[in-house]
Design a protein around this ligand. Structure first.
Ligand code: NAP
Length: 339
């Protein structure tokens, strides 16, 4: 068995490139007492990893240049020195190395029940992104029947869950995504009430054009804005918020590759005159409630009330490409790498 790993070779400037990653052979790890040996099956590539590639203070420490990259992954236990696990178990963790084989402390792993749903869903709809959509919308958004929910990044891992829970709660759901294939998916598969493509054949719609389309899609204004993207899309949404609106700042992917601060419409006047709330959140703050969220979403999934989409890239060596693809909108639903 030859192990391989992917190291963080250099800090990107702007859009990450393959040169920021180094794929190499690695020693086979040996499990110690309390640890298991894993064969990696699926790797999750996530936008927040871009933040870890940048130096400076954030809610999570930056990667050191030269270290093996770490992210969410699903693995199969090959050998166990933790009595809670046995060979053949499938497990998930939010922090496993980008390597074919890895050791991990049993205490850091959750067992997956493969009869519940495909195991890759533990990285998507029944994992961190799904939970982000669930708690961000339900806790910060507080959706009520008849309200209008606008979702940016609507056809991604978090966004698709938000759109569907908004519908389950009796809201009008309006999704914004980049491409006709994505808006068709939102309308035809997820049943949103309106879907807006923020791109054109040549580039991007202007803020004014986007706002016009959004205004037509939200005749009573925007009660909840679930923001995955920021930038021009948020500038288009803010003047349309309704009195008492709630704005959940989940992500700002449009600025993750910028080297300078993004300057746009200042949101304060719209918050003020609408007595609106804008709140950022990091999903780990809901950790004590994850079990409840997963149980409810697993039930919706089993009942066909929640649909799931994944974009699967095959091959360990393609992990950096899959990650870079997130910033080009190459994924519909959750982007994962199958090893
Ligand atoms: P995702 O939406 O599955 O994938 C990223 C998507 O972002 C792409 O498919 C692309 O879709 C869109 N995008 C990329 N560059 C863009 C740009 N410049 N302008 C507009 N859209 C762009 O990723 P995800 O995992 O579900 O994450 C979505 C957001 O939530 C990210 O901002 C992420 O950082 C955030 N997040 C936050 C938390 C938290 O705890 N707060 C947890 C998980 C994720 P289009 O084709 O539509 O452009």
């Amino acid at each position: 068995m030859q192990n391989k790993e992917i190291r963080f070779a250099s800090r990107p400037s702007g859009m990450p490139t393959l040169e920021n990653f180094l794929i190499q052979d690695a020693a086979m790890p040996q499990p110690q007492e309390g640890e298991v040996l894993l064969r990696t099956r699926y790797i999750s590539v996530d936008p927040y990893l871009r933040g870890r590639m940048r130096e400076g203070k954030s809610y999570i420490a930056p990667f050191e240049v030269g270290q093996v990259i770490v992210s969410g992954a699903v693995g199969e236990v090959l050998e166990s020195k933790d009595p809670g696990f046995k060979a053949g178990d499938t497990v998930v963790s939010g922090a496993l190395p980008w390597s074919l084989y890895a050791t991990a402390k049993g205490a850091t792993l959750q067992k997956i029940n493969p009869s519940l749903a495909p195991v890759s869903t533990a990285l998507g709809v029944l994992g961190m992104p799904g939970l982000t959509g669930y708690f961000g919308l339900l806790d910060i958004g507080q959706p009520k029947p008849g309200e209008t929910v606008v979702v940016s990044g609507a056809a991604g891992a978090v966004g698709m869950v938000v759109c569907q829970i908004a519908k389950l709660k009796g809201c009008r759901a309006v999704g914004i995504a980049g491409g006709e294939d994505k808006t068709a998916y939102l309308l035809n598969e997820l049943g949103v009430d309106a879907a807006i493509n923020y791109k054109t054949a040549e580039g991007y719609k202007s803020v004014n054009e986007l706002r016009k389309e959004l205004s037509a899609a939200c005749p009573k204004g925007v009660d909840i804005y679930f923001d995955n993207v920021g930038g021009d899309i948020s500038d288009a949404v803010m003047p349309l918020i309704a009195p008492g609106a709630r704005i959940a700042i989940c992500g700002q992917i449009s600025v993750y590759n910028l080297e300078q601060a993004d300057v746009g419409l200042r949101p304060q006047p719209y918050l003020l005159v609408n007595s609106a709330l804008m709140k950022g959140f990091i999903i780990t703050q809901y950790m004590s409630q994850f079990g409840k969220g997963i149980a409810e979403m697993a039930q919706w999934l089993a009942e066909g009330k929640l649909k799931n989409a994944e974009t699967v890239v095959e091959g360990f060596e393609n992990t950096p490409l899959a990650f870079i693809g997130l910033f080009k909108g190459e994924n519909l639903g959750k982007q994962i790498v199958k090893i």
